[in-house]
Structure formats: structure tokens, C-alpha cells
Design a protein around this ligand. Structure first.
Ligand SMILES: Cc1ncc(COP(=O)(O)O)c(C=O)c1O
Length: 417
């Protein structure tokens, strides 16, 4: 049977039409942005995201030319302008230049990287550590490397996007348990663990939308009983939790080496950039030679490596920073309660939410407190459940009690609590 030339041409034309690249405006991501922007305009709510901070970063900064008290950044220990970090950073640029311009595996490795990794491992109490160019890359690459389609990952419903992306990449079966509900974690382990080769439990140290922590001792007991690995994302806990800021292990009294995989970021309390994985030598060696976000990516710049190293040392040498951060958190918690503001489950260390409920009400509140000089962040679905929107306050050790009380007075007035 032969096909008529006309029919062939029609088929070709159809194929050509189908092969036209779709405009990016047809992407669901783009449609969702325009929908939310339109809704915001209709309701008279200013875009709460991507506000440019014009002043020097700090608890006192400038937004739209106006001075604000900044509760929307994670410089928990006030280190980003510490002379030791600045001097170390400058000296590293003088010694090594602005970039290592290669993967660490090839020629991007410096003694500074090794020193930083040893300092991180010693702080946590484990054998080794590996530094990535971001915390996000550390999570994606690590989970994506060590877990496979034969494996099971069980995680708290509120773990960070970077862990979730790593899980997708790994191809492993994933299951969630309700936030901090360890009876539910145990139920999944009991019913599912034996069906898979390896099992990884993923939790966080200090949950960044809730401000609460897990019962680490119980999770360790469960993972040992059911033969699973435990990964703790301590991005908000490192430098913050524990009397010396060593993180969740110190805070809970659980030895660091009881956790198989520690993840942390260098961009929050340590006022630099990058992320780390810490654990035993075998884990670190496996990742050093095979985690794609490490092997096929540039090494952390010398300036950031030196800043992070200096930060870890300053935290040990100046313990008053962690103590003041903790005192500020407890003050915020007390004063918020005294004003009838709901701080949810926060333990009052480092970050605290003020619960609002409806997203539109929370978005309006973020704008209104900003008009009155208080910069907070809006936390809304899908980061938290629908109708559980909130204002998030990151604290630093540098806030004075008066500044904290003033921010709470403004928040109370705006929310009419
Ligand atoms: C819990 C958690 N994990 C991982 C990350 C990623 O860290 P980084 O900012 O270093 O990429 C963040 C950053 O916000 C975080 O909050």
C-alpha cells in the first residue's frame, strides 16, 4: 500500500505543528505566579517576596529607603560583620584569589577546605565532614547518591525542599509521618522496613517554619531497633541549639555519632555560604568520590571557606553570642504570650512564628508591620498547611529587649490580637 503525497504532506505539517516549542507562559509555574500576583493586586496586598534590602545587611537595614528592624534573615549570632570573619575572608582572597575555579577533586582543593571540614566534624563529634557549595546541593546530592530504587525513605512532613528533591532523584520509595509524631514513624518502620534493602529516616534539628525540635533520643532508638540510617538536617540548629551552639546533639544530650548523617548549612549562624555533610569516614569518602553536587561542581570559594572556619571558632570563643540568642528567644516567647500572640509549638530558640491562619490576612499583616518598620517573612502554603499562614521572626543575639518588645507591640496592633 502506498501513501498519497498529499496525505504525507498533511502528516508532516501536523508533526511540525506539534513540535513547536511551547511558550514559557504556558508553564504551570508561570501561571501560578501571575494568578497570585493578580489576586494580590485585587486584594491590595503588596508582593511580600524579593524586597530588595538596600542597607548594609544587619538587624538595622534599609528596605525601599526606609530603616527597618530585620527579623527576616538568619544571621543568628550576628557574625556577618564580625571582624574575624571579614579579616579571614580577605586574607583568603589574598592567598588563593576569589575562586578555586575547579572541582575540589581536580584542582580546587585547598588546606582551608580540609581545616573547615575537620572543625565541623570536631564540633559535632563525628569522624569527618564534606563541604558543598550550598546546603541545598548537599541534601540533594547526598540523598540522591546513597539511596536507590530498592530503598525506603521515611521523613517528617516538614523537611526542607532540598531533602525532598534528593529523595525524588534517588528513586527510592518515600513515606511521610506527621510532624514530630514518632509513634507514626515507628508504625511505618514496623510495617514497611523489612520490604526494602536500606532505609533512611530524615528529620530536621530545628524546624524552620515551626521553631520546634524532634525527640532525637527516641528517633535514634527507633532507627537502631529497625535497622535504618538517620539523617538530621541541622541547617537551623547548627550554631544555634545547645549551650555552645554545637546543634541538636548537644541540645538533646545525644552523642553526635549516634546520628548517621548530619547535614548543616554555613549560610545561617555561620554567616558564610555552603553546606556540609558530616558522619563517619566511610560515608564521607563515598560522597567525596561520587556525590554529583560535589564531584561535578566547583569547590567553595576561599573567602567563604575562611569565613565559615572563623565563624566556627568565634562561636566557641565567644559563648555569650549563643547565650544571648537563647535569652532573646525566651524573652520573645514570654512577651508574645503576654500579648496574646500565638507562637505555636516554638521552643523559643532562634526563630519563632506568630500564627495568623488565612494567607491573605497574614500577607496583609507582613505588609503592615513592614510599613511600621518591622521586616518579617510570610510563611504560607505549600510551606505549611493551608490556613496555617504565619509571620516568621528570625532572631539574632544582637536584638535588644526593647527592639523585641517593640516588634511584638506593632505585631499585636496590626493583628488586633
Ligand atoms: C532546613 C534547611 N535545609 C537546607 C537548606 C538549604 O541550605 P542553603 O541555604 O545553604 O542552600 C535550608 C535553607 O534555607 C534550610 O532551611
Amino acid at each position: 500500500m502506498s501513501i498519497m503525497p498529499q496525505t504525507l504532506n498533511k502528516l508532516r505539517a501536523k508533526l511540525d505543528r506539534d513540535l513547536v516549542a511551547a511558550p514559557f507562559s504556558s508553564l504551570p509555574e508561570y501561571k501560578s505566579i501571575t494568578y497570585h500576583q493578580g489576586l494580590g493586586k485585587m486584594l491590595g496586598i503588596a508582593n511580600p517576596f524579593f524586597r530588595s534590602t538596600e542597607g548594609p545587611q544587619g538587624r538595622h537595614t534599609l528596605i525601599d529607603g526606609k530603616p527597618v528592624l530585620n527579623f527576616a534573615w538568619c544571621d543568628y549570632l550576628g557574625l556577618s560583620k564580625h571582624p574575624d570573619l571579614i579579616n579571614a575572608s580577605k586574607a583568603a582572597i589574598d592567598a588563593y584569589g576569589t575562586s578555586v575555579s575547579a572541582s575540589r577533586m581536580v584542582s580546587g582543593d585547598t588546606p582551608l577546605h580540609r581545616e573547615l571540614e575537620q572543625e565541623i566534624a570536631d564540633t559535632i563529634g563525628v569522624e569527618g565532614a564534606l563541604v558543598f557549595v550550598s546546603g541545598h546541593a548537599a541534601n540533594v546530592s547526598t540523598i540522591g547518591t546513597i539511596m536507590t530504587a530498592d530503598d525506603l525513605i521515611i521523613h517528617d512532613e516538614f523537611v526542607h525542599n532540598s531533602a525532598v528533591v534528593g529523595m525524588r532523584l534517588s528513586g527510592a520509595k518515600t513515606m511521610t509521618f506527621r510532624h514530630n509524631k514518632l509513634d507514626l514513624l515507628e508504625q511505618v518502620l514496623r510495617e514497611e522496613r523489612a520490604k526494602y534493602k536500606n532505609c533512611l529516616v530524615v528529620i530536621e534539628g530545628l524546624y524552620s517554619t515551626e521553631g520546634d525540635i524532634p525527640d532525637l533520643a527516641r528517633v535514634v532508638e527507633l532507627k537502631e531497633r529497625y535497622g535504618a540510617w538517620l539523617m538530621v538536617d541541622d541547617a537551623h540548629g547548627c550554631g544555634v541549639l545547645g549551650n555552645t551552639g554545637a546543634g541538636l546533639a548537644e541540645h538533646t544530650g545525644v552523642p553526635g555519632n549516634k546520628v548517621d548523617i548530619w547535614m548543616g548549612t554555613l549560610s545561617k549562624a555561620y554567616a558564610s555560604c555552603g553546606g556540609y555533610i558530616a558522619g563517619n569516614r566511610e560515608l564521607i569518602d563515598a560522597l567525596r568520590y561520587s556525590a554529583p553536587g560535589f564531584v561535578f561542581s566547583v569547590g567553595l570559594p576561599p573567602s567563604m571557606t575562611a569565613a565559615a572556619l572563623a565563624a566556627l571558632r568565634v562561636v566557641k570563643r565567644e559563648p555569650h553570642r549563643v547565650a544571648r540568642l537563647h535569652a532573646n528567644g525566651q524573652l520573645f516567647l514570654r512577651e508574645a504570650k503576654a500579648r496574646g500572640l500565638n507562637t505555636g509549638r516554638s521552643i523559643g530558640i532562634g526563630m519563632l512564628p506568630v500564627m495568623v491562619g488565612a494567607t491573605t490576612r497574614a500577607a496583609k499583616a507582613v505588609s503592615k508591620v513592614l510599613e511600621r518598620g518591622i521586616n518579617t517573612s510570610l510563611i504560607m502554603s505549600p510551606g505549611v498547611p493551608v490556613n496555617a499562614a504565619r509571620l516568621r521572626f528570625f532572631l539574632t543575639c544582637e536584638f535588644t529587649p526593647e527592639e523585641i518588645k517593640h516588634a511584638l507591640d506593632v505585631t499585636k496592633e496590626v493583628l488586633g490580637a
